[in-house]
Design a protein around this ligand. Structure first.
Ligand code: XMP
Length: 501
């Protein structure tokens, strides 16, 4: 169970935890209002013999609160992929001594003196202590993020902590999520209620729609918005799949003119995201008003395919009481929602990550076609977060659509689509000088991005072979007249995000 970091000891006790993980976060223990452990925490975990694992900030909090020393690193913070090495036999890594692994780090503070009873059991290449333990007190700490896909043996270490050290039963199953979420919908939505579903054409909202459709049948009304920010032929393609393969009841609404007018002149990524979120809701509200007029019933619920990463990055979302995470970007379906939203949200995937959503969609009960399940993610704000700055200037959207189509088709031609988590092109608001057909050009620059990831929370850039890069670059410059330069983005997440805005 996930609970905010600033809860009372009573709240922790009410959960009766078998183990506690103190998560990472953007804070430093030296900041005055950084999250603290409630008074009596250590007595409680000692009395009940509850193992505690601190991750990143969580480890620094353990060290600091138990009398060790945490220092803020002025330079040389460790962000992204790092190599670490175990230094002695330990509970966390068992008998793996002197064993190297790549892990994902993102920290500016580090432990320089450990509290009594703790042993350092792994260090980074820079000499930072990155794993500590005090098995007698059942306290453990990892400076890196074992939960992300790019930490090579991270999941094994988490399994070790949860299932071996803490003896938590390994009984989480995706089938149970399906049952639980269906039961919640039955309990929430009354027998005469009608429900609207925001369908984007991506795997998340499609799985959410299919799940809710199983429960509500024809009381579910899916709305697919052509917001003018879609990829080449996207609307035709997804409508065909919805109707002919998924048999979902979908209405397509063309809102492109209004959306593009609203975006005119907006350059700031957050302003763009909020405007798009608000326009989406306007469409769903108009649909609900029309439905009420025609049928005398007000649809009060809105289904969204919100995932847990959308919630984390848009934090602190209203009403969650979370004040210790930073907003990275307002995902249109969370932080981009208007304050006076009239719908009650139904978000069956809100606690899941993308790989779990894919597993859910593959269950025979939902049976979403594999081609849909394996589609690369596409953000709700669409190409608006891939045309940097003002989306409506100088035909950028059209150029981007053509470049994106060539790029994705080339990836398919090389048999790479399923090896990549997400690939897309970005239109840069700059021009560069080139020479095409012996003539000087002063034209557009596009960046290509392709990443591997497990859950979108961290990502690494995809190492294309030179042959691929040569082919795609020449196909783009030959195929799209106004582009004379193609660059490839070699930034992981962190420090970059996957999208550029
Ligand atoms: P970032 O750019 O935050 O993206 O590293 C992580 C994943 O989320 C997608 N993304 C969004 N999806 N609404 C969405 O539905 C949004 O506002 C949004 N912003 C980013 C992004 O494409 C990537 O897969």
């Amino acid at each position: 169970m996930l609970i905010p970091g600033d809860v009372t000891l009573e709240r922790i006790k009410s959960v009766q935890p078998k183990a506690i993980i103190l998560s990472g976060g953007p804070n430093s223990v030296h900041v005055s209002d950084a999250p603290q452990l409630p008074a009596g925490f250590y007595d409680y975990v000692k009395e009940h013999n509850i193992p505690v694992l601190g991750i990143c900030y969580g480890m620094q909090l353990l060290v600091h609160s138990l009398g060790g020393e945490v220092q803020t690193v002025e330079k040389d913070g460790e962000y992204g992929r790092m190599s670490i090495r175990t230094t002695q036999a330990s509970e966390l890594y068992r008998d793996e001594t002197d064993h190297a692994q790549m892990v994902w780090m993102s920290h500016g503070d580090k432990a320089v003196r450990l509290p009594d009873g703790f042993e350092p059991v792994a260090t980074s290449e820079q000499g930072t202590v990155v794993a500590i333990e005090n098995p007698a007190a059942n306290l453990y700490g990892l400076q890196y993020h074992p939960e992300v896909q790019h930490s090579e043996r991270g999941i094994a270490t988490l399994r070790r902590f949860l299932f071996d050290i803490s003896k938590v039963p390994a009984d989480w199953k995706i089938e149970n999520v399906l049952e639980e979420e269906m039961a919640k919908i039955r309990a929430t939505v009354g027998p005469k209620d009608h429900v609207i579903c925001a369908l984007s054409g991506g795997v998340d909202s499609t799985v959410a729609a299919t799940l809710v459709h199983q429960v509500l049948g024809d009381r579910l009304h899916c709305v697919f918005v052509d917001n003018g920010l879609l990829r080449y032929k996207e609307a035709e393609r997804v409508m065909d799949t919805f109707k002919n393969h998924l048999h979902l009841p979908v209405t397509m609404i063309d809102h492109s003119e209004v959306m593009l007018n609203r975006l005119k002149g907006l350059k700031d990524p957050e302003e763009k995201r909020k405007a798009i979120g608000a326009e989406f809701i306007n469409v769903f509200q108009s649909f609900a008003d029309k439905f009420e007029k025609e049928h005398g019933i007000t649809p009060r619920y809105l289904v969204q395919g919100t995932l847990y990463p959308d919630v984390i990055e848009s934090c602190p979302p209203p009403g969650t009481g979370q004040k210790h995470s930073h907003m990275i970007k307002s995902h249109h379906n969370v932080g981009g929602l208007p304050k006076d939203l009239k719908f009650t949200l139904i978000e069956p995937l809100r606690e899941l990550f993308k790989d779990e959503v894919r597993a859910l969609g593959r269950l025979p009960a939902l049976n979403v076609p594999e081609a849909f399940i394996t589609r690369h993610p596409f953000p709700g704000p669409g190409l608006a977060v891939r045309v940097l700055g003002d989306v409506t200037e100088g035909g950028a959207l059209d150029v981007l659509r053509q470049v994106d189509e060539i790029y994705i088709n080339t990836i398919r031609d090389f048999g790479l689509y399923d090896k990549i988590w997400q690939a897309f092109a970005v239109f840069l608001p700059v021009r560069s000088v080139g020479v095409q057909g012996d003539q000087r050009t002063h034209s557009s620059v596009v960046a290509l991005r392709a990443v591997t990831s497990g859950d979108g929370m961290t990502a690494d850039w995809y190492p294309f072979e030179p042959k691929f890069l040569q082919t795609v670059s020449s196909r783009i410059c030959n195929g799209v007249r106004s582009v004379n330069r193609v660059v490839y983005d070699i930034t992981s997440k962190p420090p970059g995000t996957i999208e550029w805005e």
